[in-house]
Design a protein around this ligand. Structure first.
Ligand SMILES: NC(=O)C1=CN([C@@H]2O[C@H](COP(=O)(O)OP(=O)(O)OC[C@H]3O[C@@H](n4cnc5c(N)ncnc54)[C@H](OP(=O)(O)O)[C@@H]3O)[C@@H](O)[C@H]2O)C=CC1
Ligand SMILES: O=C(O)[C@@H]1CCC=N1
Length: 263
C-alpha cells in the first residue's frame, strides 16, 4: 500500500484526491489547519492532525498549500527530513522552483516539482513535471506513473513552467470564462440561461473532441465553419477587430508575471 499525504486540502488537493481515489493499493491522507477534517470526510479519506503525522505516514508527501505558506511549513519539514531524507516531496506550488524548495527544505531533499491542473479530478488533467537531480530513475518513473494516471504529463525544463502554468494550470479558468461569455451572450439574445449553458457546454465539448483528432489545425477548423460570405465570418471579423488574440496574450502575460513573483 502506498500512502500519499497532502499538506493543504484546497481545490488542487481535492482534484488530485478525486483523480487518484480509485487507484488500487493507494491510501490518501490529508492535513489542513482549518478545512482538513471536513474535506477528508467529504472525500472519504483520512484526516491527520499535523504536518508531522502526515510526513511520518506518507510515502509521497504532496505540498498543496499556497506558495506563501511554504515559509511556515518548511522548518517542520526540514527537521523531519533530517530523520527521513529519502522521503519524496512533491510540490504543486505554482511558481516555486526546485532550488527555492531545496533552499527551504534542504539541498538533498528528494523534490519533484509539478504543475497539475484541476482537470485531474476527471482524469483529463495536464501536469508538467521536473525532478531534482537527487531523484533516481525508479522514483522518477513511479511518480511519473502516478501523474499520467489522471491525465497527460510531460517532463519539462523548469524555465517553461511559467508559460505552462498560465496555459495549462490557469487555462481551465480562462476556458470557463469563454464558455460563460458565450452563454451570457446567448441569454442576452433571449435564450433561457439553462438552455444557453447546456448548448455552450455541448458545443465546446464537441469542438474539443473534433480538434483533438488533429485532422485540422484550429485555424483550418475555424475556416471550415466559415461558409464563404456567411454569418460565422462576420462574427470572426468582429473577434479579430476587437482584439481577441491580443486579450488572450495579455491574459497569459499577466498570469506569468504574477507566477514569477512566488519564487
Ligand atoms: N487551483 C489550481 O487550479 C492550481 C493550484 N496549484 C497550486 O496548488 C496550491 C494550492 O492552491 P489551491 O488548492 O488553489 O488553494 P486553496 O486556497 O483552494 O487551498 C489552499 C489549502 O492550503 C491550506 N493551507 C493554507 N496555509 C497552510 C499552512 N500554513 N499549512 C498547511 N496548509 C495550509 C488551506 O488550509 P485550510 O483550508 O485549512 O485553511 C487550504 O486547504 C497552490 O500552491 C497553487 O499554486 C497548482 C496548479 C493548479
Ligand atoms: O492561480 C494560481 O496561482 C494557481 C497556479 C495555476 C492555477 N492556479
Amino acid at each position: 500500500m502506498l500512502t500519499i499525504g497532502f499538506i493543504g486540502a484546497g481545490h488542487m488537493a481535492q482534484a488530485m484526491i478525486k483523480g487518484w481515489r480509485d487507484l488500487a493499493e493507494v491510501r490518501q491522507i490529508v492535513y489542513a489547519p482549518n478545512s482538513g477534517a471536513a474535506v477528508a470526510e467529504q472525500l472519504q479519506i483520512e484526516a491527520v492532525a499535523s504536518i508531522e503525522e502526515t510526513f511520518m505516514q506518507s510515502d509521497l508527501l504532496i505540498l498543496a498549500m499556497p506558495p506563501k505558506a511554504l515559509a511556515e511549513v518548511a522548518p517542520t519539514l526540514q527537521m523531519l527530513l533530517m530523520l527521513a531524507p529519502q522521503k519524496i516531496i512533491t510540490s504543486v506550488l505554482g511558481g516555486v522552483s526546485i532550488s527555492s524548495l531545496q533552499a527551504a527544505l534542504g539541498s538533498q531533499a528528494q523534490i519533484v516539482r509539478t504543475l497539475p491542473n484541476v482537470n485531474v479530478a476527471e482524469k483529463e488533467g495536464y501536469t508538467a513535471i521536473a525532478f531534482a537531480g537527487t531523484l533516481d530513475a525508479a522514483t522518477r518513473g513511479a511518480v511519473f506513473g502516478l501523474f499520467t494516471y489522471f491525465g497527460r504529463a510531460d517532463e519539462l525544463p523548469e524555465e517553461q513552467f511559467g508559460a505552462i502554468s498560465a496555459l495549462a494550470g490557469s487555462g481551465p479558468a480562462f476556458v470557463a470564462a469563454f464558455v460563460n461569455a458565450l452563454s451570457a451572450a446567448a441569454v442576452a439574445q433571449g435564450i433561457e440561461s439553462e438552455v444557453a449553458d447546456k448548448v455552450a457546454l455541448q458545443m465546446v465539448n464537441g469542438t474539443m473532441k473534433v480538434l483533438s483528432k488533429h485532422e485540422q489545425t484550429p485555424t483550418e477548423f475555424a475556416h471550415s465553419v466559415m461558409t464563404p460570405g456567411g454569418s460565422t465570418a462576420a462574427g470572426w471579423s468582429t473577434l479579430e477587430s476587437e482584439g481577441f488574440a491580443k486579450t488572450i496574450a495579455k491574459t497569459i502575460a499577466a498570469t506569468m508575471q504574477k507566477n514569477s513573483e512566488f519564487d
